[in-house]
Write a protein that binds this ligand. Structure first.
Ligand code: LLP
Length: 383
C-alpha cells in the first residue's frame, strides 16, 4: 500500500505537521490480527511510540491492548477507551503517584524491574487493601544488534533484573501479601531487523521457564516485549513489517505451558510507516560546495536523526522537475545536529515546495519539543 499524498489537502495546512495514512494503519492492524488469530497471543501497543489520540483510538478499536511507561500514558489509554484489563505498566522508575493511579485504574499488570519497586507496589496495594498483579522484567542478556541507545536487553543496561537474581526476587515477591506474581517480561531492544535475536530470546525464556518451575512458581504470562523493526529505506515497498515471520518465530521456538499467554509490546512496527512529517522549504541556499534545503521542520519536530543518527527517507512531493540536484536537507535550529539528510538526491527544489519525511509515525510526534519556543507540530489524517 503506497502512501499517496493528497497534495491539495496538505497544501492548505500550516507546516510542519504529521500526516497519518489511516488506511495503512488499519491494514497493519488487520495483518497483526490475522497473524495472531487462534494463538494465545495478546498484542499490547507500546504507547510511547505515538500517543496521538486518533491513533490510540484506532488501535483500541482493533482490539489491541497497551503497554504504558508512565501515569500519563495509563491515563491517555483509559481516555482512548482501552479496557483497563488490557493495560500493562512498565518502567524502571514508577513513582508512588503513578503506581497509585495504575492501582486505581485496576490495570492488568505491572512489569516490575527491581526489589525496591516491588516493595513500593506491595505497600501501596496494601494501603488500598488490594493485591497487585506483577510480572518481572528480566534482562535476558541478548544482543539485539541495534543502535546502542535503543538496545535494552544487555546486562549492562539499567533495565530489568538479571537472570541470576530471579530466584531471589521471586522468593521475596511470593512472600509479599499484596503481590501476585503472574509472569515474566522481556524486551531486548528496538528497530531489530534481523529476526535472530528474537530466537535467542525464546531460548532464554525456555531455559528460565524450567528454572522458575523448579521454584514452584506458575506463570500465566510470558511477555516478550517489542522491538520488531521496519524498513526506513523503502517504505512504499515494505509498508507493513514482517509480522508473519516475527510471530512464527515465537510459534516455533517458545515452549509454552498449559494456559500460558504470550504478550507482545510492539510500538514502531505498528505506527511508523503510517506517519510522515510534512515540511515546506523555507529557502534553498547555495553554499560554495553544497546546496542546502532549509525546511521549516527541525529536530524539534523529528529528533530521531539528531539523536540516533537515524535517516528518514525524504521526498519532494510537489516538485514536477525531472532534473535532480544533490542537497543537504537541514532544519532551522541553531544546532549542527539539526540535519535530516546529507547529499540527498532530490528533484530541483524551490522555496515553498513540500517535503515528506517518511516512516515518522513512531517516535516522531511524541518526541517533539518546544526548544527555541517553537510550536509543536499538529496532525492531519487521511480520513
Ligand atoms: N516494551 C518496552 C519495555 C520498551 O522499552 C519499548 C521501547 C517497547 C516495548 C516498544 O519497542 P518497539 O516495538 O517500538 O521497538 N525512541 C527510539 C526508540 C526507543 C524505544 C524504547 N523502548 C527511536 O526513536 O528509535
Amino acid at each position: 500500500m503506497t502512501t499517496i499524498f493528497p497534495i491539495e489537502k496538505l497544501s492548505q495546512e500550516q507546516t510542519p505537521f504529521y500526516y497519518y495514512n489511516m488506511e495503512l494503519l488499519e491494514a497493519t492492524l488487520n495483518e497483526i490480527k490475522s497473524c495472531t488469530e487462534g494463538m494465545p497471543y495478546k498484542v499490547h501497543y507500546a504507547v510511547k511510540a505515538n500517543a496521538n489520540e486518533r491513533i490510540l483510538r484506532t488501535i483500541q478499536e482493533a482490539g489491541l491492548g497497551v503497554d504504558c511507561v508512565s501515569g500519563g500514558e495509563v491515563a491517555a489509554s483509559v481516555n482512548a477507551g482501552f479496557d483497563s484489563k488490557k493495560i500493562v505498566f512498565a518502567g524502571v522508575g514508577k513513582t508512588d503517584r503513578e503506581i497509585n493511579l495504575a492501582l486505581d485504574a485496576d490495570i492488568l499488570c505491572f512489569n516490575a524491574e527491581s526489589i525496591p519497586e516491588l516493595e513500593a507496589i506491595n505497600a501501596l496495594a496494601q494501603a488500598k487493601g488490594i493485591v497487585a498483579d506483577v510480572a518481572f522484567r528480566v534482562n535476558p542478556n541478548v544482543d539485539a544488534h541495534t543502535h546502542k541507545y535503543i538496545t535494552t536487553g544487555l546486562s549492562e543496561n539499567k533495565f530489568g533484573i538479571n537472570m541470576e537474581q530471579l530466584p531471589e526476587v521471586l522468593s521475596i515477591a511470593t512472600a509479599m501479601k499484596n503481590i501476585n506474581v503472574v509472569g515474566l517480561h522481556f524486551h531486548i531492544g528496538s528497530q531489530i531487523t534481523e529476526l535472530d535475536p528474537f530466537e535467542r530470546l525464546c531460548e532464554k525464556v525456555n531455559e528460565l521457564q524450567c528454572e522458575v518451575e523448579k521454584l514452584g512458581v506458575k506463570l500465566k504470562i510470558i511477555n516478550v516485549g517489542g522491538g520488531l523493526g521496519i524498513d526506513y529505506v523503502n517504505p512504499d515497498e515494505n509498508p507493513i513489517a514482517s509480522f508473519k515471520e516475527y510471530f512464527d518465530i515465537f510459534k516455533n521456538s517458545l515452549k509454552l505451558r498449559e494456559g500460558q499467554e504470550v504478550h507482545f509490546e510492539l510500538g514502531r512496527a505498528i505506527v511508523a510507516q503510517c506517519g510522515s512529517l510534512i515540511t515546506s522549504v523555507t529557502y534553498v541556499k547555495k553554499g560554495t560546495v553544497k546546496q542546502f534545503i532549509i525546511t521549516d521542520a527541525g529536530m524539534t519536530d523529528l529528533i530521531r536523526p539528531a539523536l540516533y543518527q537515524a535517516h528518514h527517507k525524504i521526498e519532494n512531493i510537489t516538485s514536477s522537475s525531472s532534473e535532480t540536484v544533490v542537497y543537504d536537507v537541514v532544519g532551522p535550529i541553531c544546532e549542527s545536529s539539526d540535519c535530516f539528510g546529507e547529499n540527498e538526491i532530490l528533484p530541483v527544489t524551490k522555496r515553498g515546495d513540500l517535503l515528506a519525511l517518511r516512516s515518522a509515525g513512531a517516535y516522531g510526534e511524541i518526541m517533539a519539543s518546544q526548544y527555541n519556543l517553537r510550536k509543536l507540530p499538529h496532525a492531519v489524517y487521511s480520513k
